[in-house]
Ligand binder design. Structure first.
Ligand code: SF4
Length: 472
């Protein structure tokens, strides 16, 4: 989401007349998109932001993202930041930049919390802004400056209503707001027309998506195995707006003509539905890669986390997913050492890991986030115990991921090429597995090509094989 925010900020600044620079020390404006999900992410910001100001004191330093609204962060970084920007107030950035005489009027650089993206700017022309900017819907409507030529994040919503006890998102991003389906579909169509091969629909909780859509025959893909829903079929006849949820949005995106793959993140287990599983299984462009954050495997801990589901509910959905899509790869997020998590409760998370047989997991040691409900709990699991728990889950993950990957040995799978080094190409399967591709007979593979690859070696977190032939 932060990468997508950065792309939208870059698009907004371009509309104001700014251009990218790759010389950070000469940039006129530097935007840092911050992440506050864990203390380690926050600590990186305390390193990056002062460094930017030190190497280029004349730059207008803007900080946005999850940490921008925290008064303690503002106090700590006050010497290094000129503008604190709520992510849904890009109009505010335009106004405030206009009030600050650019000290290097020729460049802007944008920094994401997970890497540095470079840009150039020149605030020569300031075009009229879209009336909708300044609202959350308006912010999502801004045309982004996409970082990649083949893969694009398309936000379908922002914010969260769930208030998990450890999480800052509902405070930092506000309540859920969803983008009109027509606008999402228009952005995807435009990307596909430009040759994008991978569309990643993103929101904090895609499963809560709500909108309306006017269906049309031109959007219906006759090859789709999934028929339009009865509501959409009725909509097709009378052209009225009909309500749609995420599963139906996926069907609509799937029915856009073109040769592309669809991924999405993130799904909340409490909102997972059988309709969504059937849709993913039946839509030929939707990748069988599902990220379903479990967070814990113990019901008492899940309750204290305010997750509103049980381990039985979670495992039940995994069973349904694997029954509908035996090839699905499933990843998760989990927190170890949540306040009060006993050794026995952690054992239940280990058990969940063994039962779930994850392909990937993002394992975080709990750190209190100021302002959240859990920040009031006693952070009573020792650091070294958190580390031990993280290592224990990593060990299980390595075993299950390797066992899952062994099923690919000798199989030929589709791989989208997204990188290269000399004669070797890198890419991803539809299930999200990283693949190292020896070019074989197909030496002319380009970034964005989808090729058939015969898998001849596997590790825990990647596969390798030889290209058989290019599909596109
Ligand atoms: S669902 Fe929970 S963890 Fe996810 S963004 Fe919302 S509050 Fe945070």
């Amino acid at each position: 989401m932060n990468k997508s925010d950065s792309e939208r900020i870059a698009g907004y600044l371009e509309r104001l007349g700014y251009v990218w620079t790759d010389k950070r020390e000469k940039a006129g404006v530097v935007v840092t998109t911050t992440c506050g999900v864990r203390q380690s992410a926050e600590d990186r910001v305390y390193g990056i932001v002062p460094k930017i100001k030190k190497e280029n004191p004349k730059a207008v330093a803007v900080v946005t993202g999850c940490l921008a609204g925290r008064t303690d962060v503002q106090k700590r970084l006050k010497e290094s930041v000129d503008i604190w920007l709520p992510i849904n107030d890009l109009d505010g950035l335009g106004r405030r930049l206009q009030n600050i005489v650019p000290r290097h009027p020729t460049s802007v650089i944008e920094v994401g919390c997970r890497g540095i993206r470079k840009s150039d700017s020149s605030p020569a022309s300031r075009r009229t802004r879209n009336d909708k900017e300044g609202s959350i819907g308006g912010y999502l409507s801004i045309n982004p400056k996409y970082e990649s030529n083949i893969s694009a994040f398309v936000p379908i919503g922002n914010g969260c209503n769930n208030f998990c006890a450890y999480c800052v998102v509902p405070y930092a991003r506000g309540r859920e707001a969803y983008r009109p389906a027509e606008e999402v579909l228009a952005e995807v169509k435009s990307l596909v027309k430009k040759g994008y091969k991978e569309i990643i629909l993103i929101a904090q909780n895609v499963n809560s998506y709500k909108s309306e859509v006017r269906n049309s025959k031109s959007e219906t893909n006759p090859k789709s195995k999934i028929p339009a829903s009865p509501e959409l079929q009725r909509g097709e006849q009378n052209q009225k707006l009909t309500p749609i949820n995420f599963a139906r949005l996926l069907k609509q995106v799937n029915s856009i003509s073109g040769n592309f793959w669809i991924r999405f993140a993130t799904s909340h287990p409490k909102n997972m539905s059988e309709e969504l599983i059937e849709t993913i299984a039946g839509c030929e462009k939707v990748c069988h890669q599902i990220h379903l954050p479990a967070q814990a495997g113990d019901n008492e801990v899940l309750k204290r986390m305010n997750r509103k589901y049980t381990r039985e509910h979670y495992l039940g959905f995994l069973k349904k997913i694997r029954a509908a899509m035996p090839d699905a790869s499933i990843s998760t997020d989990v927190i170890v050492g949540f306040p009060g998590e006993t050794k026995q409760q952690f054992k239940n998370t280990e058990k969940l890991f063994r039962q779930a047989k994850f392909d990937m997991a993002f394992i975080a040691q709990y750190s209190p986030r100021p302002g959240t409900a859990a920040a009031r709990f006693k952070d009573d699991v020792m650091k070294r115990e958190k580390k031990r728990r993280e290592e224990a889950l990593t060990k299980i993950l390595r075993q299950t991921a390797l066992t899952n990957n062994k099923k690919y040995l000798g199989k030929t799978v589709e791989v989208m090429i997204d990188g290269r080094k000399n004669e070797v190409r890198f890419g991803k399967t539809k299930t999200g597995k990283n693949v190292k591709v020896k070019t074989g007979v197909n030496g002319k593979m380009r970034i964005g090509d989808i090729v058939k690859v015969k898998i001849d070696a596997v590790k825990e977190f990647n596969l390798s094989g030889t290209a058989a032939r290019s599909l596109k």
